[in-house]
Write a protein that binds this ligand. Structure first.
Ligand code: CAO
Length: 451
């Protein structure tokens, strides 16, 4: 039996496409028209079928490869009677068939067109296309379509899975066979399945997520989200949707605190670390959490009980090139400001070097997110569940503050903006205002937190 090379056929306007699935392995027997691989461009997903029946002898592409017309896909031991060795993209099932106006943008070559390359000189004419070139247009808002290859759609259909409810973990949010399996497992376990924004919206009875072909309006570039962004994004989304957030804003006069901090920076820098404002904020928060223990707490699974924690593990949001992480400083109540500053430097370095272990980010009881080194006057941080509150810190600035009562005067004071988001199921506005007022008083009189 002759070994034949199977190449990527003419794929219309697409110069280079990604291999996103390999549907066969060496030793597999394939029929004519069975799908061999799935490729994907910015706009389309298509399966390349076998132009002949035979046994797959050797794969020459792998997932993630970029291929173009003429790329060798595999070696096929052809069965008798098979002629054509150049594959042709397979038309999609009717449900995924494009609108005529869209397919017109990807013209099919004339029937019988041959290749110009000498390597491919022996390749017989392309199998004529029997249908439109597969093209998966981004649907208009009325018809949200999950991002999945035809074979994954088929797999989902066989299992009775509604792909709109499956979260895609592949490139550009594409749904993989493993995502479908994970979804089925989660349903069998009775766990609520994660769902992307559109399906989540549908579950809430909202209108569908707008699906826009941005490329229609100008040049675009697609950047896959980092693993950290996907993970934190899913957590933030859940927390934002499930926790009724309220944010209480306040300002602390840190004029004295800054003077104290600056007075010690040279000393700590000699010891090899920076005495940051954040270290004082951690200390002040612990003092306020001791005073208001409901903020150092979590709801239990039933939502009927509040679990007050007698330990103070403070999470600190750290920005890294791959996204936001929240390492935890343990037993912050038992550490001095200098120790906290030293530890902060260590964990933010570990975070940026991607060396944090999962345990370093667990067990937090309250979090602080500081954007003070960057700018802004206030923001609404999202609570880091199962915690019930988070403190956002913005950039301090000199402000004229009225001091001394009726006979007083304006004085330039360094004011630090604070934004406390809290879970309104657990904490009410009065308590939150008391917490921030107390925190402001602690920060304004550093002796209170240092004692
Ligand atoms: N007001 C004014 N200036 C401030 C300030 C504040 N609240 N906080 C810090 N600064 C200044 C510092 O004085 C320092 O200035 P110098 O370089 O002149 O000394 C500079 O900003 C950098 O501060 P720092 O080195 O002390 O770092 P930090 O404590 O502000 O932050 C860390 C450390 C890890 C929190 C920070 O690097 C970070 O990652 N911030 C982003 C947090 C984040 O992503 N939050 C999520 C927001 S919601 O998505």
């Amino acid at each position: 039996m002759a070994i034949k090379e199977i190449f990527v056929p003419d794929i219309g306007d697409f110069k280079e496409v990604d291999v996103i699935e390999i549907l066969v392995k060496p030793g597999d027997r394939v029929e004519k028209e069975s799908s061999l691989i799935t490729v994907e461009s910015d706009k389309a997903t298509m399966e390349i079928p076998s132009p002949a029946a035979g046994i797959v002898r050797e794969l020459r592409v792998k997932v993630g490869d970029k291929v173009a017309e003429g790329t060798l896909i595999l070696l096929l031991e052809e069965m008798e009677g098979a002629q054509a060795v150049a594959a042709a993209p397979q038309a999609k099932p009717a449900a995924a068939a494009p609108k005529p106006s869209v397919t017109a943008a990807v013209p099919a070559p004339p029937v019988g067109e041959t290749r110009g390359s000498s390597d491919l000189a022996e390749v017989p004419p392309l199998v004529p296309r029997t249908g439109p070139v597969p093209y998966e247009p981004i649907a208009e808002p009325a018809a949200f379509k999950p991002h999945a290859s035809p074979s994954v759609r088929k797999y989902a259909r066989e299992l009775g899975v509604d792909l709109a409810r499956v979260q895609g973990s592949g490139q550009k949010g594409r749904i993989t066979p493993e995502d479908v399996q994970a979804f089925v497992k989660s349903v069998l376990r009775g766990a609520p399945a994660a769902s992307p924004a559109p399906a989540g919206g549908a579950a809430l009875g909202l209108i569908e997520w707008p699906q826009v072909d941005f490329a229609k309006f100008g040049p675009i570039e697609t950047q896959p989200l980092s693993r950290i962004k996907k993970l934190t994004g899913a957590n933030l989304h859940r927390n934002w949707v499930m926790i009724p957030h309220v944010t209480q804003f306040d300002e602390a006069d840190i004029t004295e605190l800054e003077a104290f901090r600056k007075g010690h920076t040279a000393d700590t820098e000699r010891q090899g670390f920076k005495l940051t404002l954040l270290a004082f904020l951690i200390k002040a928060c612990v003092t306020a959490l001791r005073q208001y223990p409901e903020f150092n707490a979590s709801l239990d699974k039933t939502g009927a009980n509040l679990i007050l924690k007698r330990y103070y593990h403070i999470g600190v949001a750290v920005d890294t090139p791959d996204g936001l992480v929240v390492p935890v400083i343990r037993d912050a109540d038992r550490k001095g400001v200098f120790d906290l500053a030293r530890e902060l430097a260590e964990i933010s370095k570990l975070a940026r070097d991607k060396k944090l272990k999962p345990g370093d980010m667990q067990g937090g009881t309250f979090s602080i997110s500081s954007l003070g080194g960057i700018g802004g006057t206030a923001f609404t941080p999202i609570i880091n569940a199962p915690e019930v509150a988070i403190l956002g810190v913005s950039k301090s600035s000199m402000k004229p503050v009225w001091v001394g009562g009726k006979e007083g005067r304006f004085e330039p004071r360094l004011m630090l903006p604070l934004s406390l988001s809290y879970d309104h199921r657990v904490l009410d506005g009065v308590l939150a205002a008391r917490f921030t007022t107390y925190l402001v008083s602690v920060l304004s009189d550093i002796r209170r937190s240092l004692l």
